[in-house]
Structures are given as C-alpha cells and as structure tokens.
Design a protein around this ligand. Structure first.
Ligand code: SAM
Length: 373
C-alpha cells in the first residue's frame, strides 16, 4: 500500500470509529471506548517508557518531544506535562482534527498532518524524545525504515528515540490466555456455510451465514456486549499464509448447549488487493483463544477477489448503492537485525529492546540513542 492509499485508509478509520482504530479491542468497537480509560492507558504506556529509560540510565532533556503517528493524541497528551512542548504528527487529517479537539494543553501541544515518507517538516536535532507506538507496523517496511532513519535525524544528540514494531508473527499457541477459559474440550465446533461466496469485490463487505454446531458436552454461553464467543474469520493467501487475523465477528445470540447448532451472519471484509484467497472461518473466545488453537477444525472457503467493475454514470444513478468499501489496516513485521542496521546507518545505536509476545505477534520496543557528531 503506498502512502496516499495508507492516508485514505487511516483517514476513513479516523472518521468511522477513531478510538477503536487506535486500540482495536473488539469489546469497544462501534464507539464504545471510554475516553478516560483510553487516555489512562496512554498515560501508563508513557510512564512505562520513561521508567524503562530511567532504569537503564538513559537521561535526556525535557524541552521538546515528538509523538509520531499520534492518532487521537493518546500518548501526546501524557507527554505534554513532561516536556516544555510536544508535537503530534499523523498521516490522517481526521485523526489530527479529533486530536486537536481533545487537546488539553493549548499551544504547548501542537498537532500536524504529515503525508510525506520523511520528516523534512522538522530540521535536524529538533527533539529530546521521539516516541512512536502502534504505528510502524501498519505500513510497508520500506516506509517504516525511512521513518526510523528520520527519527534519528530529528532527535538531538543525547536524546532518545523509542519506537515499537513487531519482529515476527508468533504461533497461535504463544498467545493463548487461559484466565476465563471454558474447559478445554468445550472449544469444539463444526462449521458450515450453506451459501459460500466464491467471488467478492476488493474491500467489499458481505454478510455470510455460518452454522456453528457445538460438538462438545459443555454449554457455550451467550455473548454480552462483544465479550465471549463469536464466529469469526481470517483471510489467508492461496498458500494458506495468514494475511488478516481479525476480520468479522458474529457473537453468539444465546446459549448453545452441547450438540445444538446456531446460525449467525458474519460480515467479512474482502482484501483490498485482487487475487485468490482462502476465507478461513473459526470461532473465538475473546481474550481466551481461537478454537483452532485448541484443536477445533476451521472451515476454509476459496474466494476470488476481483476489482470492482466500473459502473456507467447512468447505471450509477439508478443502481442500488455499491459495496461499502471498508478500510483495511495492514500489519507488518521487521526483524531486529534490519532495525539495528537501519538505526546504525542513520548514526544511532540501539541501546535497549523490550520484547514481549501476544496476540499473534512478537513485539519489540527499541530504545535508540544518537551518536554525538
Ligand atoms: C493504531 S494508531 C496508534 C496511535 C498512537 N500512536 C497511539 O498509540 O495511541 C496508528 C496511527 O498511525 C497513523 N499512521 C499510519 N501511518 C502513518 C504514517 N505514514 N505517518 C504518520 N502517521 C501514520 C495512523 O493514522 C494512526 O493514527
């Protein structure tokens, strides 16, 4: 995806459901994020970064900070009290508009749209801290590497750059959380699709009926407010390699005793690039596991994704509305070796990496210092 397409995607996400686009917790989709909780999470993340820097002896001045890919300013607003000035930069005008509206620090905190692949809007050595969390993974590595070089250029010697980017996808089992799980043998489903789609248009949204039979002896509980059990789907390429982990969700409308079936409609969003894909349908217990992780059989449907047919002006006036084009967030990984190489080429040094696994990715947060000239 090039930068203009990326901008369109994030602008649309910022218009449709900005809080969820920043923190994609299925429970809060559809405008259900509590703003205070959302900003409190940002405060905790900024405090965590500052504490790690402090504990590792990385000290820097507190004049100016940059939050790259600031979204709604979740992190920017927590940086503001710690620095004399802070700048939040984002590619999406809709996010920046909303961030300005939510700003509580007046002119001390500035928000800027930047749709370039560099940060030439800032001179060399402009900031004491450059922070970027949950951003670089959403663009092709050719862009993330260029921004990382720019972070090192715009930070002052003696300053700190902190950015997060996943280094690899992980095995499903790595991300299983067992806290509120049902007995393991409850996660057995037989999935069928009476009317499977075979051809869909790029980025279109389509409701697909799926019948899920509870093959276990346990009752599946009804879901409340996006929590609990759902029929859901991934998209895989024609070799079976996953390209989209989280797409549609259809939560169970009622209890399903062992042996019973339920029919639900899952709204899937077709990939934005044409080609042959596999639509993989599974069930998920939110914050616990995908059923496939625990040995349940998924349902795989081959689907051809094609470009939307152009419609004539006349046809367009009389025809029913076309497909609802939905934005797709891309997810990428970059290896620590490539990151270290990129940082070194920009005359920086990786001084610390925080690593953790979760939700299908191995994540790294890099702490980078700039060599003095
Ligand atoms: C998941 S949100 C994270 C927002 C913020 N960093 C946070 O943690 O709250 C990702 C943000 O990165 C922005 N973004 C994506 N690509 C970008 C780019 N090339 N330049 C600047 N911002 C970008 C998106 O518009 C979106 O606001």
């Amino acid at each position: 995806m090039d930068l203009s397409e990326l901008q369109q995607v994030w602008d649309r996400l910022g218009e449709d459901d900005p809080f969820w686009a920043v923190l994609t917790d299925a429970r809060f989709k559809g405008g259900r994020w509590d703003q205070d909780e959302f900003f409190a999470l940002g405060k905790a993340e900024v405090a965590g970064v500052m504490a790690t820097a402090e504990a590792r002896g990385m000290r820097f001045a507190r004049e100016a900070a940059l939050d790259f890919g600031c979204g709604l300013g979740r992190l920017t607003q927590s940086l503001a009290p710690l620095f004399e000035s802070v700048v939040g930069v984002d590619i999406a005008p809709s996010m920046i508009d909303r961030a300005r509206y939510l700003n509580r620090f007046g002119t001390k905190c500035q928000y800027i749209v930047n749709d370039r692949s560099d940060l030439t809007i800032f001179p060399d050595s402009s900031f004491d801290l450059v922070l970027s969390l949950l951003v670089l993974q959403h663009m092709e590595p050719r862009f993330s590497r260029e921004y990382i070089s720019e972070f090192v250029r715009v930070v002052r010697p003696g300053g700190l750059v902190v950015f997060q980017i996943p280094s690899a996808r992980t095995e499903w089992n790595d991300s299983v959380v067992s806290a509120v799980a049902l007995p393991e043998d409850a996660y057995r489903a037989e999935l069928s699709c009476p009317d499977p789609p075979t051809v869909l248009e790029c980025s279109s949204r389509t409701a697909i009926t799926v019948v899920a039979k509870n093959l276990s002896e346990h009752t599946w509980l009804a879901s409340t407010q996006g929590l609990g059990l759902a029929v859901a789907n991934h998209w895989n390429d024609s070799d079976g390699v996953q390209t989209v982990q989280d797409d549609g969700r259809a939560y169970l409308p009622r209890e399903i005793p062992g042996g019973d079936s339920v029919s639900v409609d899952v709204t899937v969003t077709a990939p934005s690039t044409p080609g042959s894909y596999l639509l993989e349908i599974d069930m998920v217990h939110e914050a616990v596991a995908w059923f496939a992780q625990l040995g349940s059989q998924t349902l795989t449907l081959p689907v051809t994704i094609r470009l939307a047919a152009p419609r004539s002006l006349d046809a367009a006036t009389n025809a029913p509305p076309g497909p609802d084009i939905a934005p797709v967030m891309e997810m990428n990984t970059v290896s620590p070796e490539e990151i270290t190489e990129t940082v070194a080429a920009a005359r920086g040094s990786v001084v610390w990496i925080d690593e953790h696994s979760g939700a299908g990715f191995h994540d790294c947060t890099y702490y980078v210092s700039k060599q003095t000239p």
